[in-house]
Design a protein around this ligand. Structure first.
Ligand SMILES: Nc1ncnc2c1ncn2[C@@H]1O[C@H](COP(=O)(O)OP(=O)(O)OP(=O)(O)O)[C@@H](O)[C@H]1O
Ligand SMILES: [Mg+2]
Length: 277
């Protein structure tokens, strides 16, 4: 069967038409002999802001990398619009799904603007290094992440937080339906963390699907509208933050006793950690 070429509003498998979607179907993923995700199935709810939470090493990065096909499952498959990612051209996947990795490698001597412009590569070809829409996508993404004034700065000379915002701008410029961000708030001061979380809500409100790996449960509960909790390569729970984030769950997943009260501003669950269980 030929690979999907053009923007499919709908995908087609075995003649049946499906809605735009991104779903992992019984994927097993690992490194060498180490299996990390085992027989995991998960649909990323479309048009939502999903926070992926869970302890260090539980497989969060492995999961988002699998959804972006930077890691290939050993068995099972990820379906984009119902079509296995393996049947999509890599460039077409990159027009639909963007991933900001947890530790992106900083290219030498690259300015902020040229980094953000890299987000447009999936739309270019050998003969066409510019397409209408590039300029606007780059400008809008830089403005949204507050890096316009840093456009001509070299990435290596920025603070960790400034650099993180430049990476997020690059991912936004990719202009995809699915925006996957692996720990986008790491290295940011609290004000810039909140800016990024508002930005995630903003992106969702413009109709895109946002998935962010977060460590701060209170931020996840307050800003995301869906949470996926991972434990040892499995989805331990998923759903609305107020349904999912409970003292029992925090004990089970993080081995931590806690009290949970309402966030005084948003009313969402607010975790007050006590002792390790
Ligand atoms: N490139 C790799 N090669 C070998 N093992 C890896 C690699 N990346 C991750 N792992 C292992 O896979 C498991 C899951 O790692 P992963 O990075 O997905 O966890 P995580 O939930 O994102 O953790 P963190 O919160 O620390 O970022 C860990 O045991 C880790 O050591
Ligand atoms: Mg990780």
């Amino acid at each position: 069967m030929s690979e999907p070429e053009s923007e499919p509003v709908t995908g087609s498998v075995n003649g049946s038409v499906s809605q735009p979607s991104l779903r992992a179907e019984r994927v097993t993923v690992g490194y060498g002999t180490h299996v990390v995700l085992s027989d995991l199935s998960l649909t990323l709810p479309r048009g939502r802001f999903t926070a992926v939470i869970g302890p260090n090493g539980c497989g969060k990065s492995t999961l988002v990398r699998t959804f972006a096909r930077t890691l290939l499952p050993r068995s099972g498959e990820v379906l984009l619009d119902g079509v296995p990612l393996g049947r999509w051209k890599p460039k077409r996947i990159a027009q639909r799904v963007a991933l900001l990795p947890q530790s992106p490698v900083v290219p030498d001597g690259v300015t902020v603007r040229s980094l953000v412009a890299r987000g447009r590569h999936p739309y270019h070809s050998a003969l066409r290094q510019w397409v209408p829409g590039d300029q606007e996508a780059i400008d809008v993404s830089m403005a949204a992440t507050g890096v316009t004034d840093l456009a001509h700065e070299s990435l290596t000379e920025l603070s960790g937080g400034q650099r993180q915002r430049a990476w997020i701008a690059m991912v936004l410029a990719q202009d995809t339906d699915y925006v996957l961000l692996d720990e986008p708030t790491s290295f940011l001061d609290l004000a810039h963390q909140i800016d990024v979380l508002h930005l995630c809500q903003d992106i969702r409100d413009r109709g895109r699907t946002v998935v962010a790996v977060l460590h701060d449960l209170n931020q996840a509960a307050r800003y995301a509208d869906h949470v996926v909790v991972m434990r040892e390569g499995q989805v331990a729970a998923s759903g609305m933050p107020s349904d999912v984030i409970t003292a029992d769950l925090v004990r089970d997943v993080f081995s931590l006793e806690c009290e949970i009260g309402p966030d005084p501003q948003a009313g969402t669950p607010m975790v007050v950690p006590l002792a390790r269980s």
